[in-house]
Design a protein around this ligand. Structure first.
Ligand SMILES: Cc1cc2nc3c(=O)[nH]c(=O)nc-3n(C[C@H](O)[C@H](O)[C@H](O)COP(=O)(O)OP(=O)(O)OC[C@H]3O[C@@H](n4cnc5c(N)ncnc54)[C@H](O)[C@@H]3O)c2cc1C
Length: 405
């Protein structure tokens, strides 16, 4: 396992990475080059989505301890900070964003358990994840339902609106019924989290709770695995709950505290998704820059023409700005000086839109070649298209941010 021995909490903003952070970046970069990139295109082209899970890549990432980057050393983790999380995810996403997402989902959920769970729950769920070298201990989280990913976060008081999956208390247990869709790491996780309604007579925002449970719990099953436009290395599917009996010890935090549990990981969600967006955009920019230098048109390189040169500069500036935003939120999170929901959500929203722009521009720089599968640019566009949709749709996040302005 790659060791991050010291916690680097500081109240000074430094733009230079420390020795250890540079070492982590180098490890992740070499991992992307040696393990991810050689299989990224072939994995993307596997037609059956049930066959496209990159088990070996995930296993090797677990050997390096990537899954435990935010888990403190006392539970066997790397004890890293959100900035190190951002560094790791950017590099993995340069290789393949779908593979990076398997780690992103898991790491954000370790943070959810850390910030909301009891000491027993942290020991029970995080230690085996840190010890796992097989890659089996991924975590998935089902919030989105067939009624919609935005609907489940309904802030309106009408109890009929919002999350439909229910958890009915029965002595020391809860009985869960319902269905979640699009869940990342579906079918390949050992542990799942789920957002449920524990009281359907109260407004959605006051009556949602989060449970974590093992994949082999009776009554729980996986439904269809989605056939997606991009992110093809990431498994997304349905979680089905048919009278699933969960003990009270599986409830994370307080009953009715589901939204608070999710709010406490806004930072990780923003930092992780934002860093992945920076990664895929950087990958596309680097291909476009290389091509623009090589390709000759009318006896000169494409790059020497102002329209293309300016486009490349805009792409580079866009990536740098998004990275700064992500790292600033990571820094705020480490220093416990959060300014509410706006910066973490911006760290998701802006890089997501930036990655769409930059990948489309990269494809344009390559012209027809960019549209062909010989180059990875068409894949980058498909992969980036989902970023404004996942981890909270950008429109919905902007709605919540505008309320907090
Ligand atoms: C690759 C991938 C991975 C995913 N992983 C997970 C996961 O691990 N766990 C999970 O729970 N979900 C996951 N999702 C689901 C994702 O979170 C939802 O797709 C997302 O929240 C949007 O929900 P929806 O698709 O149902 O769209 P809807 O909620 O139906 O919204 C449709 C569109 O309208 C916009 N919109 C919605 N409400 C408003 C409003 N009030 N004002 C303006 N615009 C609005 C939305 O932003 C969206 O663009 C994943 C999805 C994908 C594609």
């Amino acid at each position: 396992m790659f060791g991050l021995t010291e916690a680097r909490h500081t109240n000074v903003i430094e733009f230079e990475l420390s020795e250890e952070q540079l070492q982590l970046q180098d490890t992740a970069r070499r991992f992307a080059e040696n393990e991810i990139m050689p299989v990224a295109a072939s994995t993307d082209r596997i037609a059956d989505p049930r066959q496209s899970y990159p088990k070996e890549v995930i296993r090797k990432g677990f050997e390096l301890g990537f899954q435990s980057i935010l888990v403190p050393e006392k539970y066997g983790g790397m004890g890293g900070t959100p900035l190190e999380y951002a560094i790791l995810l950017e590099e993995l996403a340069v290789g393949d964003i779908g593979m990076a997402n398997a780690f992103h989902a898991t790491i954000t959920l370790t943070e959810m358990i850390l910030k909301n769970g009891s000491e027993q729950q942290r020991e029970k769920w995080l230690r085996p994840l840190c010890d796992d070298q097989s890659g089996a201990y991924l975590i998935g989280f089902g919030a989105t339902e067939p009624s919609g990913g935005t609907e489940i976060f309904c802030p309106r008081p009408d109890p009929k609106l919002g999350t439909r999956t229910t958890a009915v208390k029965n002595g020391n247990h809860y009985i869960i019924n319902g269905r979640k869709t699009y869940t990342s790491n579906a079918s390949v996780s050992k542990l799942y989290g789920v957002l449920v309604r524990t009281d359907i007579t109260k407004p959605n925002a006051e009556s949602c709770s989060v449970f974590f449970f093992p994949a082999d719990t009776p009554g729980f099953s996986i439904g269809r695995i989605e056939d997606k436009m991009g992110h093809r290395a990431s498994m997304n599917g349905e979680l089905i709950f048919e009278s699933v009996k969960l003990p009270r010890e599986y409830l994370l935090g307080e009953e009715g505290g589901g939204f608070d549990a999710i709010r406490r990981v806004y930072d990780s969600n923003g930092v992780g998704t934002g860093a992945m967006a920076v990664g895929v955009a950087r990958a596309a920019y680097e291909v476009a820059l290389g091509y623009a230098k090589e390709r000759q048109v009318w006896g000169e390189s494409l790059k020497s023409y102002q329209a293309i040169g300016n486009l490349l500069v805009d792409m580079r500036a866009d990536i740098e700005m998004a990275r700064l935003l992500v790292r600033r939120v990571a820094w705020q999170s480490s220093n416990h000086c959060s300014e509410g929901s706006i910066p973490p959500n911006m760290a998701k929203v802006y890089p997501a839109e930036m990655a769409r722009r930059v990948t489309i521009n990269a494809l344009q720089v390559l012209g027809g070649a960019g549209y062909m599968k010989d180059y990875p640019t068409e894949k980058y566009v498909r992969d980036a298209m989902v970023l404004p949709i996942i981890s909270g749709g950008n429109e919905a996040l902007k709605y919540f941010m505008s309320r907090d302005l």
